[in-house]
Write a protein that binds this ligand. Structure first.
Ligand SMILES: NC(=O)c1ccc[n+]([C@@H]2O[C@H](COP(=O)([O-])OP(=O)(O)OC[C@H]3O[C@@H](n4cnc5c(N)ncnc54)[C@H](OP(=O)(O)O)[C@@H]3O)[C@@H](O)[C@H]2O)c1
Length: 291
């Protein structure tokens, strides 16, 4: 198994906040052969730093590797990149780690299959810091037969790799998580602001929400200090949370599932974005309540 794994050649497309760090982990372990990024400067910088090839196109990258990882912003980005991979995808495994619509991912997986390749959805739970510590959770959907290879690669950057089910099911699991996360942090902001208005100090509110509250959680540990300090430097961007809750709404419509709390949270994040907080951490939704 070890020697088989060592022989797997990986290429990564999308050197953003998450992709860069995932690529760095794989490069450090000697698995990464090449990278591609739409803004070529970033790929050249990565290439200089880690000594892997920066290819001129996604298809060029696919030609030289066994496994293509994609870590991209949204449905449009993944659709464009997967379309450009199609001519070179026969015999290859595409592992998309972006958070996109499960329905879009299923459609793309069937196009990849028609072209002779295999695709997996493998969205991430965890922030950029967790990637650096190799402590992310990856939720995988796709054909079980090829899963071992995918797990072997992802283990180099994740503490848990979870096989959820067929194509799209990694993404459904991710949306379950982010539906709850989005509603929880919006509710935390409401509670934090209520406490401030009542005259409770920010330091005490952090203690309350992280030590004594029956609703404390790893998320309150991350976000309560940010709400107290007003340091909304990004762990997970407001624009990404808004996008994920939009995905929940789209899928919920199709599934005929009632999603009132995430629908309300989505509106709050949109209003916060309209205040210019799009690139800030999504816990900056507190600023909306403070108005
Ligand atoms: N950040 C987090 O904490 C976190 C946590 C869990 C999941 N996620 C998910 O992981 C994904 C990536 O997040 P991120 O924070 O790394 O995003 P990011 O920093 O915004 O990076 C996005 C990447 O996608 C590329 N891209 C965008 N549109 C493209 C297009 N049309 N064609 C080709 N490439 C395109 C960008 O290339 P350019 O450099 O050219 O712009 C960049 O490499 C998102 O789906 C996000 O929801 C993020």
């Amino acid at each position: 198994m070890r020697s088989q794994e060592a022989a797997v050649k990986v290429g990564l497309i999308g050197l953003g906040v998450m992709g860069w760090r995932i690529a760095a982990n794989l490069a450090a372990d000697g698995l990464l052969s090449s990278v591609y990024n739409r803004t070529r400067e970033k790929a050249l910088e990565f290439s200089r730093k880690y000594g892997v090839e920066a290819t001129a196109s996604p298809a060029d990258l696919a030609k030289g590797v066994d496994v293509v990882l994609t870590v991209l912003s949204d449905d449009e980005a993944v659709s464009q990149v997967v379309s450009s991979l199609l001519p070179a995808v026969a015999g290859k495994i595409v592992v998309d780690m972006s958070t996109i619509s499960p329905t879009t991912s299923q459609q793309l997986a069937s196009e990849v299959a028609k072209a002779g390749g295999v695709m997996f959805d493998a969205p991430i739970i965890g922030t950029s810091i967790a990637v650096e510590r190799r402590q992310i959770v990856v939720l995988v959907g796709g054909p079980k037969e090829k899963y071992d290879v995918v797990e072997g690669v992802l283990k180099h950057t994740a503490s848990s790799v979870v096989y959820v089910g067929p194509n799209g099911y990694g993404l459904y699991a991710k949306l379950v998580n982010n539906l709850l996360l989005g509603a929880y942090v919006a509710a935390m902001a409401e509670a934090f602001n209520f406490g401030l208005k009542a005259g409770l100090g920010p330091e005490f509110l952090v203690e309350l929400l992280t030590k004594y509250s029956s609703a404390r959680s790893p998320t309150s540990e991350l976000k309560a200090p940010k709400m107290a300090s007003g340091d909304f430097s990004v762990q997970f961007a407001m624009k990404h949370m808004r996008k994920d809750l939009e995905l929940v709404q789209q899928e919920a419509k199709r599934l005929k599932a009632a999603v009132p709390l995430s629908a309300l949270s989505l509106q709050l994040y949109r209003l916060a974005e309209a205040m210019g907080l799009s690139e800030q951490d999504f816990s900056a939704v507190l600023e909306l309540f403070k108005r």
